[in-house]
Ligand binder design. Structure first.
Ligand code: GLP
Length: 260
């Protein structure tokens, strides 16, 4: 796992965008794994800027969402499919139909989950998966206690996650209780994982995911099993890391040609 501690959100967005732009330059048909929540927004904003500057095209690439709320109507602004449309798809040049998310409004949700797994495999698998982390260590919507080899399925949100996500919902709308999420086993099959975490509220989860034991109590600790995982942090999110000095020193001495 490569841990990179950066001074601000802009630097995190630029570095993650560099990895996406480099991937699309060498593989224009790359499959991107798209996360929601506030953490990846700096990455999407930077990708939109690079697209406007003519530095990247998404025209042959595909995208798969990590997760989705169950039961939010199509026009709901917090439906993750709407968030990705607003924050990325409408800003760049994906082909129509190139971005897919699990349908949280379908009658047969287990069938949707199985089809979603197949669609990812049929697309050739995810090349680069963007991730955030919840304050309780959840990744996508894999809450504590999730199987480390889980696949796309229905999950029930914890009270903590529902309360963390309340800021996105205008009363009387409530955070749904149920969601569809790629499993931890699904996420581990992506070729490169890039997790972004910022702010002091994420510091305990970041400490657990990077340096804690591999455990279902911190689902994001599953990144320790991945051969190519990059964790991008600001100083606050990194504040509880025992080896912060080592990560800083390693990154400062990293050759430019190496990339992420
Ligand atoms: C939600 C999403 C996760 C995200 C998490 C943290 O629960 N399903 O993918 O990582 O929120 O969100 P934020 O980045 O807003 O803190």
């Amino acid at each position: 796992m490569e841990v990179i501690i950066l001074p601000d959100a802009g630097s995190i967005g630029r570095l993650a965008a560099d990895a996406v732009v480099a991937l699309l330059a060498r593989k224009p048909t790359a499959v991107l794994g798209l996360a929601t929540g506030s953490s990846p927004l700096v990455v999407y904003a930077e990708l939109s800027r690079r697209y406007d500057a003519g530095e990247v095209t998404f025209s042959r690439s595909k995208g798969f969402l990590l997760d989705e709320y169950v039961g939010l109507p199509p026009e709901h602004p917090q439906r993750y499919r709407s968030v990705i449309r607003r924050e990325l798809e409408d800003q760049v040049d994906f082909a129509p139909g190139a971005i897919t998310g699990p349908d949280g409004l379908a009658d047969d949700l287990p069938a949707v989950c199985a089809d979603y797994e197949r669609a990812i495999v049929d697309a050739g698998g995810v090349d680069l998966q963007l991730l955030g982390v919840g304050s309780d260590g959840h990744v996508a919507f894999n809450e504590p206690g999730s199987s480390l080899s889980s696949r796309t399925r229905i999950k029930t949100l914890t009270a903590r996650t529902r309360s963390d996500n309340e800021r996105f919902f205008e009363p009387p709308d409530e955070v749904p209780h149920h969601v569809l999420t790629q499993g931890l086993g699904t996420i581990l099959e992506a070729r490169h994982l890039v997790l972004v975490a910022r702010g002091p509220g994420k510091a305990p989860a970041v400490q657990q995911l990077v340096e804690g034991p591999l455990s279902a109590i911190c689902p994001a600790s599953v990144l320790q099993l991945h051969p190519h995982a990059t964790v991008l942090l600001d100083d606050e999110a990194a504040s509880l890391l025992t080896l912060a000095g080592y990560y800083r020193e390693t990154y400062a001495g990293k050759p430019d040609w190496q990339g992420l």
